[in-house]
Design a protein around this ligand. Structure first.
Ligand SMILES: [Zn+2]
Length: 82
């Protein structure tokens, strides 16, 4: 079985065009929310560069994320997301 593709290698445009859903597509890695659930579509926060939002809840998985930054991954609280 090939290594899953890192979700961060996929652009938001590609993810939207392919209508990706990482809850069902296990060939791509996904960040986890605080409940340990895979985010179905983690490409929104990174697109909000310059938005006056700061922290907000990802509308797809509910995780607390930062506008303008890649979706946070709560898989391991002891280390920053790779
Ligand atoms: Zn999310």
């Amino acid at each position: 079985m090939p290594e899953p593709r890192p979700w961060t290698d996929i652009t938001p445009e590609e993810a939207a065009a392919q209508k990706l859903n990482l809850v069902v597509d296990l060939t791509i890695t996904a960040p986890l929310n605080e409940e340990g659930e895979r985010c179905p579509w983690p490409w929104e926060p990174q697109q909000l560069v310059g938005a006056p939002l700061g922290q907000y809840h990802c509308p797809y998985c509910g995780a607390m994320v930062m506008a303008g930054m890649p979706h946070l991954d709560y898989a391991d609280d002891t280390a920053p997301a790779a």
